[in-house]
Design a protein around this ligand. Structure first.
Ligand SMILES: O=C(O)[C@H](O)[C@@H](O)[C@H](O)[C@H](O)COP(=O)(O)O
Length: 251
């Protein structure tokens, strides 16, 4: 029997669409729950196809949910170092889907700085770290690359052993070469980390992350929530996991 840490859960869904729907439903429910507890939810968003699909479901269902969208703080785990109005930004699809649909407070939408901010890459990282302060995310969503990267923390790359809270990333193996990213250190203060992963090309990375890969070789292996790490997978992304592990997590 393969052992998982107690607060790691793996939930396998029949398709990528089902993963996206599950992420959206869980996110709305979790945000409402944190608001019920009297706190302003701190949510860290990710780019990527599956998350973007999930955000569309949030846009569809969010307005008639119990969530007070004006009392939600939004952050991003990483950003491509491009202009603020570039379609290449990780936050572009989310904002296109949510703004004007969810009643967000612009003061609580914390985009990472852009090239046209006038800041250098490193100053932009410092500025975002200062804005973030010592907040802990209630939920930190993370896509996982086929190489096991999360946010812009890439395997065997300076980003995977960088110190500090927010870093400027150079020579990224995935274009564009310059990026901003939270470090694993900050992600690991999150109450919950949710990995959102679909597709056969992710199966090896998922298996390595869950079956003892090292954090420098497989950055996804080095991040977790303090209360819970939740892997939301489709069948293909879960296809290289031992069946006992998967069945344990299915609900
Ligand atoms: O900044 C980026 O280039 C992307 O945001 C990237 O890091 C993405 O989150 C993962 O590669 C997972 O993406 P998919 O879910 O689309 O595979």
């Amino acid at each position: 029997m393969t052992e998982l840490e107690d607060n790691v859960q793996i939930l396998v869904h029949p398709s990528a669409d089902a993963v996206a729907e599950a992420i959206a439903a869980r996110l709305i429910a979790r945000i409402a729950e944190v608001q019920d507890q009297g706190r302003v939810p701190q949510v860290c968003l990710t780019g990527g196809r599956i998350a973007t699909q999930a955000y569309q479901h949030v846009a569809d269902d969010g307005p008639r949910s119990p969530v007070d969208w004006r009392r939600v703080e939004l952050w991003w785990g990483d950003e491509r170092w491009v202009a603020a109005d570039s379609d290449d930004r990780n936050d572009a699809p989310t904002l296109a889907q949510w703004q004007g649909v969810l009643d967000l407070d612009p003061e609580r939408v914390h985009r990472m700085p852009a090239t046209d901010s006038g800041l250098s890459l490193d100053d932009a990282a410092d500025a975002y770290a200062a804005e973030l302060g010592d907040r802990r995310f209630d939920v930190c969503l993370l896509g996982v690359g086929p190489d096991g990267h999360v946010a812009s923390v890439f395997p065997e790359h300076p980003s995977s052993y960088a110190e500090g809270r927010v870093i400027g990333v150079r020579a990224s193996p995935k274009p564009p070469p310059e990026r901003l990213s939270l470090t694993a250190e900050v992600i690991n203060t999150s109450r919950e980390v949710w990995f959102t992963v679909a597709g056969e090309d992710k199966a090896a990375a998922v298996a390595m992350a869950l079956l003892g890969g090292g954090a420098v070789q497989v950055p996804a292996a080095g991040v977790h929530g303090t209360d819970r790490s939740l892997w939301l997978l489709d069948r293909e992304a879960a296809s290289k996991l031992p069946s006992d592990l998967v069945q344990r997590g299915v609900i």
